[in-house]
Design a protein around this ligand. Structure first.
Ligand code: BDR
Ligand code: CA
Length: 321
């Protein structure tokens, strides 16, 4: 029998975060979700936490949600409402949940849940947002590093950015946090724009989702449709579903190509601020040094088929409950 991975998802829902949570919920044989933590990113910390609570109820994911940091380590917060809509979910409405966030801040919550793991067990962190919570966790409670198997994150790019020519949103929002995580020694897998921009839903697929009778498919289609109609994505006729990638990579590594690297990030004030640097010079790697991976390519057809199937499956699973 396949061993489930224990994961914690740190996110800022966010349209693609919301679709990623649906993907995780649709794969209960692969993921044992221990908690969902939120961090300022696509919207304010209050909005993304509200969304995480509503989404867990909507998808019937029975895990705690802990609210994390409201601001990046150094700079002011920047959000992306122009892309994700005023409510962060493409202005699509789901029922309001009466669930409440954990009493502790996500950083303490993470520390406790990680240190409470049984002796030989470790957790995988899946980061779909700026890395503020994780950086503080690692700095304040370095003992957690021993209990973190790896960190997979959506962020960065080795080619071009999306917020600036150099930088991707999650990393640009808090490069100092990313630096702390990159230098932590915890094995990392970067799922950057180079690959996530190939992991799209096409206009025809979005329309089909919207017209379906399946509540999860319709919800995902409506959110994706909002992006398609209201942003520059309309010119491409498809939208990238970035945050699904780290989760799908864990279930289906065969859909992706990847290579070893050493990661760094530019924290300077110049035009490269927030740019991720992937060192591919393997001949310079000392033994045991290049523990990081970066995804370099994806099979878009497999991605689309797998995601669409997962959305319908979750809708069907919830109907049967
Ligand atoms: C990333 O930024 C956010 O807007 C998305 O949710 C995704 O995590 C893409 O650059
Ligand atoms: Ca996100």
């Amino acid at each position: 029998m396949k061993k489930k991975r224990k994961i914690i998802i740190d996110c800022d829902p966010g349209i693609d975060d919301a679709i990623a949570l649906a993907y995780a919920a649709a794969n209960p044989d692969d993921f044992d979700i221990l908690a969902i933590t939120t961090v300022s990113g696509n919207s304010t910390i209050d909005v993304v936490t509200r969304n995480a609570l509503d989404l867990t109820e909507f998808y019937q994911i029975d895990v705690p949600v802990a609210k994390g940091m409201a601001d990046p380590l150094v700079r002011d917060a920047r959000h992306a409402e122009h892309y994700h809509g005023k409510n962060g979910l493409g202005d699509c409405i789901i029922p309001h949940s009466t669930r409440k966030p954990a009493e502790e801040n996500a950083v303490f919550y993470l520390k406790n849940i990680i240190m409470d793991l049984p002796e030989h067990e470790k957790v995988t962190l899946v980061c779909l947002a700026p890395m503020t919570n994780i950086a503080i966790l690692i700095k304040v409670f370095p003992e957690v590093k021993e209990k973190i198997q790896e960190i997979l994150f959506m962020g960065g790019a080795f080619s071009t950015g999306n917020v600036t020519p150099s930088a991707e949103f999650n990393i640009y929002a808090d490069p100092e946090a990313a630096k702390i995580v990159f230098k932590s020694g915890i094995p990392l897998t970067m799922c950057g724009l180079d690959v996530t921009q190939k992991c799209t839903l096409k206009r025809s697929q979005i329309l089909k989702l919207c017209q379906s009778q399946n509540k999860i498919a319709t919800f995902a289609g409506d959110m994706a449709g909002h992006t398609l109609e209201n942003t520059f994505e309309k010119y491409k006729g498809q939208i990238s579903v970035h945050d699904v990638v780290p989760l799908m990579y864990m279930v289906h590594p065969e859909y992706f190509k990847y290579t070893e690297t050493i990661l760094d990030v530019d924290c300077s004030d110049g035009p490269s601020r927030g740019r991720t640097i992937c060192d591919f010079r393997w001949w310079n790697f000392e033994e045991g040094q290049a523990g990081d991976l970066v995804l370099t390519d994806a099979d878009p057809d497999s991605f689309q088929q797998c995601l669409i199937e997962a959305l319908y499956e979750l809708g069907d699973m919830l109907e049967e409950k």
